[in-house]
Design a protein around this ligand. Sequence first.
Ligand SMILES: Nc1ncnc2c1ncn2[C@@H]1O[C@H](COP(=O)(O)OP(=O)(O)O)[C@@H](O)[C@H]1O
Ligand SMILES: [Mg+2]
Length: 142
Amino acid sequence: MNDFILENEAEMLAFGARLGASLRPGDTVALVGGLGAGKTTLARGLVQAVLPSEIVPSPTYTLVQAYDLEGFTLWHCDLYRLEHPDEAYELGLMDAMGEDVCLIEWPDRLGPLLPQDAMTIEIKFEGEGRVVTLTGWGDRNV
Ligand SMILES: Nc1ncnc2c1ncn2[C@@H]1O[C@H](COP(=O)(O)OP(=O)(O)O)[C@@H](O)[C@H]1O
Ligand SMILES: [Mg+2]
């Protein structure tokens, strides 16, 4: 089963933390969900599991933020404000994808530049909480 029910923010942070152990250099993860779904919270949990004192702000204006984690560099991206897919080259994201781990909010902004083999995490609202669905993760344990 690839669905996870996460009742509150603490469960989302814990889910992000656990996810880190399943990731490897070269992974691109499309983080799909509307405004306020919890995408940044998930990324924060992933980073803070390794770097507890990092604030992990939303990269709303910088669009990308890199963190050196255990075993890989994580690029946390929020591409909401990307105006054209080609801007991903200037951000260094095209070099990072396939090399580092890239966790991308609003991946649709990349259009055809999103790698074909990107794994997806979709977050949906469910009552007060969220349901998270993983696709394209093959036999990886999360
Ligand atoms: N599983 C959850 N259940 C309830 N609220 C959550 C959950 N995960 C995150 N939140 C809350 O959702 C709000 C928006 O989260 P955020 O990560 O900024 O969303 P996004 O990056 O998708 O816009 C925050 O107030 C956060 O505490
Ligand atoms: Mg966000």
